[in-house]
Design a protein around this ligand. Structure first.
Ligand SMILES: Cc1ncc(C[n+]2csc(CCOP(=O)(O)OP(=O)(O)O)c2C)c(N)n1
Ligand SMILES: [Mg+2]
Length: 454
């Protein structure tokens, strides 16, 4: 959907989504339960471009399977966290439609993907299995991302072109632009020792939240991508919050798309990220533009965060009951389920059966199945060494490095020579003395001066 086809509404699609019979959705709804009143967020976009055909029932069912799997993995991880078997949980519930659509449009092993922690449906659609995802939750060596050392939901797998990323929000944008630049450069120039182009004609999808667009890296990357007309698609999942900070308090004007429109050659589009078909159409237009080589694109997808920021957060402290309830009304999984049953593409029984099979697959052998083994060098171990993962040079049988105390550092400066100023204050004040000075021979002098100088 192009940006001139977007119209702002009061954010409520009251048609068919409320009162869904989906059990997965009901479980998420159980945490709320107060009357819906609307949260005033713009959500629904109208109009359909006529040149892009509607999706067929099989494509919609395939999308539903991906979204359902992602939701069930989230629910399983929440259960494991409550049993203290997973050490962290950050949910993608509410973000599944637009991310599943992105996965359907990507070419695995050709395109590059820089995901973020709400991209479970994207990772699932690309081929990251539920057990591979849960291995990260357990901190297990089988986790393809980091061998169990990264936080859960930091989806990556080399063979899928799903790159590893940091927990610092926004860092992925620059990595994505660098990759696009390298991809294009290597497709035009030969560098001895490097392949002609890592992936041939691959493009780069980078995904992030509305809050991450406040980071400098985001603007640096937009500038570079626009300047060089790089093949990057920026997918911004706007759920209205950066943890507890509403987007209106974080982003000038409350939305990123209008701010990005000044960049030359950057195609800026918006969509209802809770609606699979609208997301698919909009992303298809963006992908086509980026693949044509004309420049980068940015899609702002309006989504909802159906659960708190993470399981360590309490959204009742900053979202009203009415807002939480109206978020549930936009649940993308329930919407697609209703769409499938209303159009006759699937029956309720069929979808219930699919859900049972998905739950069994996610449980991976039943709820009592023991978690896979943790990494050989456990998290929290006082010993240092690289994990025995794919890229490691340390084998499990190699002797472990010995723990030793670092030698004291020489004092970086001998200390000032001037007389400390006279003070009339009798208040006691403190400063932090650097660790190196505390260990250095000059440290008693520095500590005594510190008392005079504040
Ligand atoms: C550089 C940096 N600053 C702050 C944080 C803490 N933090 C983690 S997630 C988050 C919110 C990000 O919000 P948004 O980009 O909208 O993504 P959402 O969680 O809403 O999907 C923040 C501030 C961080 N991880 N990195
Ligand atoms: Mg957000």
């Amino acid at each position: 959907m192009s940006d001139d086809q977007v119209s702002r509404s009061n954010g409520r699609d009251t048609g068919s989504v409320a009162g869904t019979s989906s059990g997965t959705v009901e479980r998420i709804e159980e945490r709320t339960g107060e009357a819906a009143n609307g949260n005033g967020r713009d959500a629904v976009v109208e109009g359909e471009p006529e040149d892009i055909p509607a999706l067929g029932p099989e494509e919609l069912k395939a999308a539903y399977r991906v979204m359902l799997t992602a939701r069930e993995v989230d629910l399983r991880e929440i259960a494991l966290k409550r049993q203290n078997k997973a050490f962290f949980q950050v949910s993608s519930a509410g973000h599944e439609a637009v991310t599943a659509a992105a996965a359907a449009l990507l070419r695995p092993r050709t395109d590059w993907v820089y995901a973020y922690y709400r991209d479970r449906a994207l990772a699932t659609g690309l081929g990251l299995t539920p057990l591979e995802q849960l291995a990260a939750s357990w901190g297990a060596a089988a986790d393809p991302s980091s061998g169990g050392r990264q936080m859960p939901s930091h989806f990556s797998k080399r063979s899928l072109g799903l790159t590893v990323h940091s927990s610092c929000v926004g860092t992925q944008f620059l990595h994505a632009v660098g990759t696009a630049h390298a991809e294009r450069y290597l497709s035009r120039h030969r560098i001895p020792g490097l392949p002609a182009a890592p992936n041939g004609d691959g493009i780069v999808l980078v995904s992030g939240g509305d809050g991450a667009t406040s980071e400098g890296e985001f603007w640096e990357s937009l500038n570079s991508a626009s300047l060089r007309r790089l093949p990057v698609l920026f997918l911004i999942q706007d759920n209205g919050y950066a943890i507890s900070v509403p987007v209106e308090h974080q982003t000038a004007g409350g939305a990123i798309a209008p701010l990005a429109r000044g960049f030359p050659d950057l195609r800026v589009l918006e969509c209802d990220g809770c609606d699979y078909e609208d997301s698919y159409r909009t992303l298809q237009e963006a992908f086509d533009y980026v693949r044509s080589g004309e420049g980068p694109a940015l899609v702002q997808a309006r989504v909802v965060r159906l659960l708190p920021h993470s399981l360590s957060d309490e959204d009742r402290d900053y979202k009203t009951a009415a807002e939480r309830e109206s978020d549930q009304d936009r649940d993308p999984l329930a919407r697609l389920r209703d769409r499938l049953t209303a159009s006759g593409a699937a029956t309720r029984e069929e979808l219930d059966g699919l859900r049972k099979r998905t739950q069994a697959e996610v449980a991976g052998g039943g709820p009592a199945a023991p978690p896979p083994p943790p990494p050989a060098c456990g998290i929290g171990s006082p010993r240092r060494g690289r994990p025995p993962g794919r890229n490691s040079t340390v084998s499990e049988s190699a002797p472990r490095p010995k723990w030793r105390r670092r030698p004291p550092m020489p004092s970086p400066c001998p200390g000032p020579t001037r007389t400390p100023p006279a003070t009339t204050s009798t208040a006691r004040t403190w400063i932090l003395v650097p660790r190196s000075s505390r260990r250095s021979p000059g440290s008693p002098r520095m500590r005594s001066r510190a008392r005079w100088w504040i």
